[in-house]
Design a binder for this molecule. Sequence first.
Ligand code: SF4
Length: 367
Amino acid sequence: GMPEPPAPVLAPRRRSRKIHVGSVAVGGDAPVSVQSMCTTKTTDIGATLQQIAELTAAGCDIVRVAVPSQDDADALPAIASRSPLPIVADIHFQPRYVFQAIDAGCAGVRVNPGNIRKFDDKVGEIARAASDAGVALRIGVNAGSLDRRLLEKYGRATPEAMVESAVWEASLFEDVGFHDFAISVKHHDPVVMIQTYRLLAERGDWPLHLGVTEAGPAFQGTIKSSVAFGVLLAEGIGDTIRVSLSAPPIEEVRVGLQVLESLNLRQRRLEIVSCPSCGRAQVDVYTLAEQVTEGLQGLKVPLRVAVMGCVVNGPGEARDADLGVASGNGKGQIFVKGKVVRTVPESEIVPTLLSEANRLAEGMAPS
Ligand code: SF4
C-alpha cells in the first residue's frame, strides 16, 4: 500500500554534532535514543547480563553500569564483550577506572568532573585513550556533585553554574582535539533542569543527554521526567534520554520510549487507544485495556488498538484504529481495519482482540 506520511513533530531538532556510542549514533540526525542503567552489582556478571537482556527486549538503546570498585572495573571486559547493547561505564572519583573501561571495550564512559580530583589535569590522557579506542565520553555534570570552584562562585547549582562547569570541561577536551562526547547537566528540579539545558543548548553543538536526576519513585519520577523532557524535546533539544526512577530500569525504558512516541520522535509500537470510561460504560474498560496491553506487550509492530466502553465514541475510534472493540450491552463489536468483523460476548473480547492482533502483526513489518 501507500507509505504512511511522516508523523508531525513540534520543532526541528537542534543541530548537534553526531557521535557514536558503539553501534548507536547520538546527535545529528540520529533518532533520539533511550538509555538506562543497571541496578545489579557490576561484579555479578550473570545478573548484569540478564538485566541487559531484559532492557534490550524492552527497547533500550544504550546501557550504563556503575564502576565503584576495582572488582567492578575487572568485570567490564566480560560484560562489554557479551552485551548486545553498547555499555557505558559510569566513573566517579577514580580516574584509573576510566582507562580500564576504555581497555575493557566499553562503548562509552561517563565522567563526572565534579567528582574526580584534579580532573582537568587528566583530560589530555583521557582524550587520547578514548580517541585511540573509538570510545565516546559523556561529561556528566550533576547538581549534587558540582565542581567546588563553581559552587563557591555561585553559591549553589544554578543553571549558570552547571553550564559553566560543562562548557569549561568541554573546552578542555576540545582544546586537545577531542570532540566525541555528549554532555548532561542534571538537576532534580525540572524547572531548573529545563533552564540549564536551554542555556547549554545555546552555547555549543554538543549532543545532549537529558535527565532529571533523582526524579523519585515511579509515579513522581515518570511525571517529572516526562514534563521536563517534553518541554525540551518539543523545542528540539535532546539527543538521548535517561529517565531516572527509583524503580526497575525496565520501567525507565518504557517511560522513555513512551515519551518519544508521544512526540512522534519514535515510531509507535503498540498504541492502546482506550477511553477513561464513565457512567455510560457498559463493560469494565480498565480491565479490558490492561489485559489487552499485557497480552500484546511483546508485539514489535506499530499497531493501534482501540478499547472503548460504549457506543458514544467507540465505533469511531475502533474504526480508525487497526483493531478495536466498541462495547455495548455486555457485548463487543470487533473492528479490524475499519470493518466490524464480528460481535462477541464480553468474556471473548480480550482473546478475540489478541488473536486478531497477532494475525495482523504477522502481515506487518517490525518497526
Ligand atoms: Fe464514557 Fe463511552 Fe466515552 Fe468510554 S467511550 S468515556 S464509556 S462515553
